[in-house]
Write a protein that binds this ligand. Structure first.
Ligand code: NAD
Length: 435
């Protein structure tokens, strides 16, 4: 990455991307698993090379007039890893330190997630290098609209469909939909997902990722011969994914004995009142200054005595140092990349079942797919329809991964990668190489 930023006309120093000293970052961890799965599948060299590289990388300049009248030029990216299974799908993030390499890695991650979830989409990711915390709403709207206009030939309901990611939201998606529609001279709701309900969003989308984590947990418990009302669950992270996972698992009869957020954790062996914790978070923006149980650190939380551990906060929480101390029987990865690759073998040796991120948190992209389907149908499903279809697809995805892992006598994580790579590679071979 360059250390020069041209956002205000004069070169300024920008913080380099975080370096993981000696530790692999989550994307390297993902590639480590991709390589292992490709080896088990004995993937042909040419196909391996094809699937390693993105098919398209677009960089655009985004000049906008700031509120003070100055012109600033931002940089935007869209990487399409592949469109083998269908149009590419993936979020757009706004961050000051985002790099093309990071976007490339995230795009390939989407390919495997869509393939595992049985969604007819390829993988993509986009980004704008900017710091939303110092931009006004008007400036953010201008950046979003100019980025979309510059990507008009890349995006499209049959080509590439963005969604929200870090620092982008429903409003950002509404601006993308509107800008694309203005250029296309027709209303094109299906060009982007994660829209507000009123302009073509889907019911159930906000809860979808947590709901998918809940379904994955229930499926895994069945395989372990455990009943939901017999198990204790500890959830790390109490944002969108963690809080909904905790609430839905409690509704299924599980006892939630530990929760945490960035401010710290709580342990209560009698069970935590999850609804009260959600209310507390709504009012106070975090779990801080509450009394849901004994106060513990996030490090202690991961090592609690429990049946199910659901890391739903951020990457690299379980590593080779704390993996030997984990006592859960089952880990459900609500977050992306919460387990580092070098912890996999330790968890396997300990006999802990791990439902990997590309399966466990695929509920979000599944309901994004439903949003696209409803937009194209012009007919909108009620919440029961959305949830029923979601639950069936998540259960089927779990079963596919479980069967693949059993067939190859490996972990669910490698099973998921093998299933995904095999499916994409077979489709590629059937379609053939044009040229
Ligand atoms: P969020 O911002 O709503 O919540 C994150 C939560 O994690 C907050 O409670 C925060 O306080 C907590 N947290 C942050 N750092 C922590 C730390 N060091 N220790 C403990 N807790 C910490 O985010 P989210 O949308 O719930 O996403 C959580 C994870 O799930 C991320 O890895 C994200 O990529 C992944 N994910 C989210 C979705 C989605 O639909 N929201 C879909 C797929 C994957």
């Amino acid at each position: 990455m360059s250390d020069k930023d041209i956002t205000n006309g004069t070169p300024t120093y920008v913080e380099p991307a975080p370096v993981h000293h000696g530790e692999p970052n989550p994307f390297e961890s993902m590639m480590a698993r991709f390589d292992k799965a490709a080896e088990i599948l004995n993937l042909e060299k040419g196909v391996y090379e094809y699937l390693q590289k993105p098919v398209k990388q677009v960089i655009v300049s985004i000049p906008i007039q700031m509120d003070n009248g100055e012109i600033k030029v931002f940089e935007g990216y869209r990487v399409i890893h592949d469109n083998i299974l269908g149009p590419s799908k993936g979020g757009i993030r706004y961050a000051p330190d985002v790099t093309l390499d990071e976007v490339k890695a995230l795009a390939s991650w989407m390919t495997w997630k869509c393939a595992v979830a049985n969604i007819p989409f390829g993988g993509a990711k986009g980004a704008v290098k900017c710091d939303p915390s110092v931009l006004s709403k008007v400036e953010l709207e201008k950046i979003t609209r100019r980025y979309t206009a510059n990507m008009f030939s890349v995006f499209g309901p049959d080509m590439d469909i963005p969604a929200p990611d870090m620092n982008t939201n429903e409003q950002t998606m509404a601006w993308i939909m509107d800008t694309y529609s203005m250029h296309a001279q027709r209303t094109e709701t299906a060009v982007v997902t994660g829209k507000p309900l009123i302009i073509g969003g889907s019911l159930g989308r906000v809860e979808a990722t947590g709901r998918g984590v809940m379904i994955s947990t229930l499926e895994a418990l069945k395989k372990l011969g455990l009943e939901p009302y017999d198990v204790n669950v500890v959830v790390q992270g109490f944002g969108n994914v963690g809080s909904i996972t905790a609430r839905l698992l409690k509704e299924q009869g599980c006892k939630i004995t530990g929760i945490s957020d960035i401010s710290g954790g709580y342990y209560n062996k009698k069970g935590i009142d999850v609804d009260a914790a959600i209310d507390h978070c709504k009012k106070n923006k975090s779990l801080k200054n509450s009394n849901f149980g004994e106060k513990i650190t996030n490090e202690e939380l991961l090592e609690l005595e429990c049946d199910v551990l659901a890391p739903c906060a951020k990457e690299d929480q379980i590593d080779k140092d704390n993996a030997p101390n984990i006592k859960a029987k089952l880990i459900i990865e609500g977050a992306n990349g919460p387990t580092s690759a070098d912890a996999d073998d330790i968890l396997k040796e300990k006999g802990i079942m791990v439902v990997p991120d590309i399966l466990a948190n695929a509920g979000g992209v599944t309901v994004s797919y439903f949003e696209w389907v409803q937009n194209r149908l012009g007919y909108y499903w009620d919440i029961d329809d959305v949830n029923r279809r979601h639950d069936r697809m998540m259960s089927e995805a779990f079963e596919n991964v479980y069967e693949t892992a059993s067939k190859y006598r490996t972990t669910l994580r490698l099973g998921a990668y093998i299933f995904a790579i095999d499916k994409v590679a077979k489709t590629l071979v059937l379609r053939g190489i044009y040229g």
